[in-house]
Every structure is written in C-alpha cells, then in structure tokens.
Design a protein around this ligand. Sequence first.
Ligand code: FES
Length: 266
Amino acid sequence: MAQAAASSKRGFGQTERRDLWWVEPLAIAIGLSGFVIYATWAAFQGNNYHYGPYLSPFYSPEIFGDSPHSWFGPLPAWWPLWLPFSPALLILWAPGGFRFTCYYYRGSYYKALWADPPACGVGEPRAHYRGERKFPLIVQNIHRYFMYIAVLFLFILGYDVWKALWFTNPATGAVQFGMGVGTLVLAMNVSLLGGYTLSCHSMRHLLGGRHDEVNKALFGRGCYNCISGLNRHHMKWAWFSLFWVAFSDVYVRLCSMGVWSDRRFF
Ligand code: FES
C-alpha cells in the first residue's frame, strides 16, 4: 500500500528503481498486441481455416459455415447483409473473454498497456485508483462464468482432435484412421488450453474450496493441492497456450493455402 501511495505521487515513469523494470511490461505489450492483431486478422478472413480433417481452433465450433465441420450448414438467409460474417466472429468472444478477464492477464495488461502502474514503484499517469469494485472494471468479475464456457470449449476442441484422426483416402474416398503433424498440433493445443483452464484461479475456488475452507472442497484436499500446483504455473500455461493456439491456426491456414504440406505418419 505504501509503495502504491508513493508511486501515485511520482510523475509518470519516475522511479528510483535501477533494474530493467520496463523489459517485462514491454515484452508483454508486444506479445499481447501481436496476438490480438493476428487473431483479429485471422477471424475476419473467413477462409483457409480448415484442411482435411483439421479445423483451426479460432473457428471451432463452426456454428455456421461452408466447411464440412459446420454444425448447422452454411450461413442462414436471415443473416443481415450489412453485418460482416466469419464463423470465427460467432464464437471468439468466449475464449477472448476468458483471457481478457483472466487474473494473470489483468495484472499484466494493466501494467503493460494501461501503465496502471507500469511496474511496482514506478509513477503512473493517473492520480486515482478506482479498482475493480466500481464500473467499468467490476465487470471483470464475470471471469468465473467465462471459465464454465472455456471448459465446454475444451470438450469441443478435444472432439476436433478425435476428428483429426480420420482422413479421407483420395483414391478410394474411404475414411481411414491415421495421424498427421496437424493431429499433433491440435492435440498439443487442447492440452495446453486444458492446463491453462485447469490452473485458473476460479477453477481452484470451484473444485478446491473457497477461501480458507479447504476441507469443504468439492473434491477434497487432494484436488485443492493438485489445482494449486497447476495454478502456481498459470503464467506459463497462459503464454504457451496463447502462442500455440495462434500457431495452430497458422498451421491449418498454411496447409489449406498449399504453402505447407501436412506430413502423415500413417
Ligand atoms: Fe487466468 Fe482464470 S485466472 S484463466
């Protein structure tokens, strides 16, 4: 508290720190901005998001769309013509909202993008702190509800991995069991997203018990310890899964465009 009060009295960016305090927020700003720019571009493309049995995770579930993965077929006639459409735009609000409201990312982008403050002990550009108990940041408390949807997405993405094990033989048209590099890419994606979701702070409260009432945990102290172990590495899960979900889209996209060819193991 004393440190926060002291930093609010300093001018923006003023500090007595002599270490490279700006490196971490700068790296986070570059990483997060890069991801948001790429994901937005990819979501608006509306093409090259599937290849054979592979479906880009940015487009899964494909509720409406032209690919064989679509749940309800092509874009319905009632869709307003003035409204841009891409299958990704229908669903990306869910994983996007989950990440945006994540406790770890909040701490990161408050510093890196809002300079609130840029780092501990460094002056910030505003004198008052409204916190997350008042509008607008109070809406960040919706995080636990995004977590429920994120769990649902894990099952959907897991099913995509299952589908990525079945290839159509171009010679006979028969569907055969097999595995390609893309199968592994999608499997790695759902594994990392699983680690990120299970290590969520809200998951620890849900499965591991609330506050200090560990003994009242939904699945007991063992579960609390397990989730806590994952939670200690939540930052790593967050970054690895962020990178890999973008890479999964790149992989499917470049295969679909004919730039990369998918190697089949069997
Ligand atoms: Fe990061 Fe929940 S705290 S996903």
